[in-house]
Write a protein that binds this ligand. Structure first.
Ligand code: RTP
Ligand code: MG
Length: 148
């Protein structure tokens, strides 16, 4: 079963979009296997975005990600990595398709609400960077009927 790393960025938290975003992945049919509400250290932000270290926007990006709490998550399901990227939409919310999270909810490339791993290798790296093994829970829905 494929796993991907997603993080609701500080703008998503501050705009009250946590429920909206989590609902989309639940409704899609993916399974939540890890979640934490956390303040990101500069060190973690720099490691996470290491690939962009030489870019002009790097310092601003790290400043932003460390500016307020984020929600780090791991979601599981068949094809979860590519499907989550599709649900998130293009990097620039202004050109992201309607129906995607960024296309529906944002307008600023530097404040684009959510991060998602872009490939199987980065998903594996990011999951181990953000989560300890014991923070991830494999589970199946119970067969008990909860409501009668
Ligand atoms: P993310 O890693 O955050 O999920 O975003 P992404 O894959 O769609 O885009 P990526 O190329 O990895 O860029 C990481 C973040 O850097 C900011 N950015 N700013 N000003 C710019 O031209 C520019 N380009 C990228 C964005 O906030 C992007 O999410
Ligand atoms: Mg990226």
């Amino acid at each position: 079963m494929e796993r991907t790393f997603l993080a609701i960025k500080p703008d998503g938290i501050q705009r009250g979009l946590i429920g909206e975003i989590i609902s989309r992945f639940e409704a899609k049919g993916f399974t939540l296997v890890g979640l934490k509400f956390m303040k990101v250290s500069r060190e973690l932000a720099e490691q996470h975005y290491n690939i962009h270290r030489e870019k002009s926007f790097f310092t601003g990006l790290v400043d932003f990600i460390t500016s307020g709490p984020v929600i780090a998550m791991v979601w599981e399901g068949s094809g979860a990595i590519a499907a989550a990227r599709k649900m998130i939409g293009a990097t620039n919310p202004l050109t992201a398709e309607p129906g995607t999270i960024r296309g529906d909810l944002g307008i600023d490339i530097g404040r684009n609400i959510i991060h998602g791993s872009d490939a199987p290798e980065t998903a594996t790296q990011e999951i181990s960077l953000w989560f300890k093994d014991e923070e991830l829970i494999s589970w199946q829905p119970s067969l008990i009927s909860w409501i009668r």
